[in-house]
Every structure is written in C-alpha cells, then in structure tokens.
Design a protein around this ligand. Structure first.
Ligand SMILES: [Zn+2]
Length: 208
C-alpha cells in the first residue's frame, strides 16, 4: 500500500506545478465565483458586481444635472484609470457621446451623488443593462458621494466592481474583506488602498 501511495503522489505532482504556473492569483474574485449567482442581475443594490462585456471599456463622467462630477473629481477618475487600469489588458476609452439604450451602451457611467446609497456606503456600482453573456453587463453605474468622498482609492474600488471584481468574502477562496491586503483597492471600506494590486490585475487579465 505504501508503494502505491508514493506512485500516486508522484503522478499528481506535475499537475500541481502546471496549475501553479497558470494561476498565481491569491484568490478568484472575478464574477461569477462559487459564492455568487452565476448570472448578472440588474438594479441598484441587487446581486454581485457583473463582468463588463469585453476588454474595450467605454466610460463617461456625468457632466450636467444632479449627478455631475466637478472638474477635480473627473481628474481623480482619470488618474485612477491611468494609474491602475491602463496597465491591465483592459483598454479604457472616454466616450464623450454616451449611449444609454440598445445593445452597445456606454460601459461605465461615473456619477457624483448620494441618492439611493445606504447610509454606510460611500459609493456603489450597479448594473443597469445586462447583456450578451449571462455574466456580462452592458452598462454599469458608479455613484460616489460628493464633498471629499471622490478619492483615487474609491474610484479604483468601484471601477473594479464595474469590471467584475468582488469583495473578499465572496471570493474563492474567501479572504478577509477588511484586512487581506492582497485584495488591493477592493478592500472594504473602500478608502485608503490606492493600488489595484497583482491579484486583481491577474483576475482581469485572465478574463478579458
Ligand atoms: Zn465594494
């Protein structure tokens, strides 16, 4: 019996090495995980953050009305996209003529405001239009409060949700969502951690 066990262990070892090379991320926190539904839900506060529909991410920042971003907030959004997301395989493009209907909507709409946010939340991301694959969202809204809440770290956090990244408690394996720094800017609460980090970057690049 001992001899047989040794043979099995030897046979398994090369498989583990290959798996390690293919997947070095700390956890799988890209939607869907084993702790989320398998399909995207629409509506504010509904379900887990969904994937965006492809690697070309078109974004718009509200420039009028009650949810408009001030110039300083727009600069913060651009800084966080430039610093954290352009180094990934995603290609971000500003869409100055946003599309809000049909099958090719602008992927991310950044807003400043507090309407609909729980008292405990500085910001929220939700899918407005599921589309294409069941994992995908055609249009995601990011709403972050005004008066100093529009920080680089929060833009990094909510933008992560808008491309499908989850908190640590619904990652697989689960990580402490408040303390495990491998979650980078997806740690919660959402302020204070500016860097997207290797784990999130790897999840993005494996998906898109
Ligand atoms: Zn979050």
């Amino acid at each position: 019996m001992k001899r047989l066990t040794a043979v099995v262990a030897l046979a398994l070892a090369p498989l583990l090495v290959v798996a390690g090379l293919a997947w070095a991320a700390a956890t799988d926190n890209m939607f869907p995980t084993s702790h989320t539904l398998g399909y995207c839900q629409t509506g504010m506060g509904h379900g887990a953050p969904c994937q965006t529909d492809n690697k070309d991410v078109y974004f718009y920042m509200d420039s009028g009305g009650e949810n408009m971003l001030e110039a300083v907030d727009k600069q913060t959004v651009n800084n966080a996209i430039d610093g954290e997301y352009r180094p990934t395989d995603l290609a971000f493009h500003y869409d100055s003529t946003p599309v809000f209907s049909g099958s090719g909507e602008t992927d991310i709409i950044y807003q400043e405001g507090s309407a609909g946010l729980p008292d405990s939340a500085a910001g929220m991301t939700w899918c407005d239009a599921a589309g294409g694959d069941v994992r995908d969202c055609d249009q995601q809204y990011i709403r972050i409060r005004g008066n100093g809440y529009y920080t680089y770290a929060r833009v990094c956090h909510e933008t992560g949700h808008a491309v499908g990244l989850q908190h640590g408690d619904i990652a697989s394996p689960q990580l402490n969502k408040h303390t495990d720094t491998r979650l980078g800017c997806l740690l919660t609460p959402s302020d204070g951690h500016n860097a997207l980090g290797a784990n999130n970057r790897e999840n993005i690049n494996a998906t898109y």
